[in-house]
Design a protein around this ligand. Structure first.
Ligand code: UD1
Length: 410
């Protein structure tokens, strides 16, 4: 199974294009709805954006409009990553708050605190996060920033805001996700002076002139891992290409503990499940810990494993909402605060269930693959936002799945 570029990378790379006037080309983009939606956000700022297959071309004007449009921003949360580039380019940004979602409240306090340390004023006003670094005596200048938590979004926004700041910015307790490393690489290709990508300390020497670039998005480790979980849950045999297996070291090790055989194949990996998996405990943490985006897959696996699994969610407080849907499928699961205890059962039983977000939807489909009878997963538009050709890919892997057009249930 070939996996294309990472959703959590491409959207930030599209925002990074704002930092240089001219034409930036991004390749290996996933064909998911969020890419054209991010294109709409950039258009509202004055860019021309063409999405053609897996290539996105962004023409950035000399003068950007620093105010993002509510209708486009509210359709995808990741659009908040235009905040940093707009502050850097325009010294002013007005970005409507995208709102909470099914996995938690998702505040922007760390983004704002970082921008303030760089010298911008920032407040929430009329439903927008407003950041300004213009006017007499105000300038963006390098600063020491300590993040309370290695937030992916805050790291990205502060990093992008700092590239034109005067002096050196150091972001400590920065996120270390492979998607951050991808963003750092693209910014370096554009001419930014950044070191420390992939470590918890990022150093930016501000003031560089940036020029547009052509950049290839890294493979989507979450999609690759989803197919790996599918293999173990269904006693299948799946080979994944297009994802750096080192981005999944911990996940693949855990799947081996659950009884799977994992081997390198070319530049990817093969995962073979055999019989009922063994129960394993899972703890979500920022990278290189186990990704919160894979927690629903871990619960689906635990639901049919031999033994009891404890799943601890440390990143998003609302992420266990979907466990109720797993219970509808016959999972013996209960949650208490940020822990879930799942006692594996031999068989799940089909039921109509609701996909509350991208990853919950994927986890429910994986569980549906091994539930007795026909499982209906509703509101699968969520899944389309993270997984290109989800049904087609699962069918190619041997899954018995079809898409039925239906109106949203919630
Ligand atoms: C990104 C990913 C998402 C992934 C998450 C964690 C994208 C588009 N989304 O989301 O798929 O699950 O990283 O790996 O890349 N927080 C605050 N204040 C802030 C910022 C964050 O309290 O200012 C909290 C959040 O509520 C959450 C935690 O920090 O509890 C981590 O959030 P963060 O790493 O920022 O996630 P996102 O960038 O939103």
């Amino acid at each position: 199974m070939d996996v294309v570029g990472a959703k959590n990378s491409v959207l930030k790379l599209m925002a990074a294009a704002l930092l240089a006037e001219g034409r930036t080309t991004i390749t290996n983009c996933p064909r998911i709805l969020d890419v054209p939606l991010m294109g709409d956000v950039l258009r509202s700022l004055g860019c021309e954006v063409a999405v053609d297959g897996d290539v996105v071309v962004i023409d950035v004007p000399a003068e950007l409009n620093p105010e993002a449009d509510y209708r486009s921003v509210s359709r995808l949360r990741a659009s908040v990553c235009v905040l940093g580039p707009l502050v850097a380019r325009c010294r002013r940004a007005v970005v409507p708050l995208p709102g909470g979602d099914a996995i938690g409240s998702r505040p922007l306090d760390m983004h704002q605190a970082g921008l303030r340390l760089l010298g911008a004023r920032s407040e929430i006003s009329h439903g927008c996060v407003v950041a300004e670094a213009d006017g007499p005596g105000v300038a963006l200048r390098g600063a020491q920033v300590w993040l309370d938590f290695p937030s992916v979004g805050a790291t990205e926004n502060i990093l992008m805001a700092s590239v034109f700041a005067e002096g050196t910015t150091v972001i400590d307790n920065a996120a270390r996700e492979p998607e951050i490393v991808d963003l750092v690489r693209m910014l370096q290709e554009m001419g930014a002076k950044i070191s420390g990508g992939g470590t918890s300390t990022l150093t930016v020497h501000g003031g560089a002139e940036l020029t547009p670039t052509t950049h290839r998005v890294i493979g989507d480790r979450i999609v690759g891992a989803t197919w790996a979980f599918a293999s173990v849950i269904t006693s299948g045999d799946v080979t994944v290409q297009g994802v750096d297996p080192h981005h999944l070291d911990l996940v693949l090790d855990k799947l081996m503990q659950a009884g799977a055989t994992v081997e390198p194949v070319g530049e990817g990996f093969r995962v073979v499940g055999s019989g009922r998996p063994r129960s394993v405990d899972w703890v979500t943490l920022p990278y290189p810990g186990f990704a919160t985006d894979l927690q629903p897959m871990a619960i689906a696996l635990s639901a049919v494993s031999d033994g009891t699994s404890m799943i601890t969610e440390n990143v998003f407080e609302g992420r266990f909402r979907f466990v109720e849907e797993m219970v509808r499928l016959g999972a013996d699961a209960r949650t208490d605060g940020h822990h879930a205890v799942v006692r594996g059962v031999e068989r799940l039983s089909s039921a109509p269930v609701w996909a509350s977000d991208i990853r919950a939807g994927a986890g429910l489909v994986l569980a549906g693959l091994v539930a007795d009878g026909e499982t209906e997963v509703w509101d699968v538009a969520h899944i389309d936002r993270g997984y290109p050709l989800f049904v087609e890919n699962l069918t190619a892997l041997g899954g018995d799945i079809r898409r039925v057009n239906a109106p949203p249930v919630r």
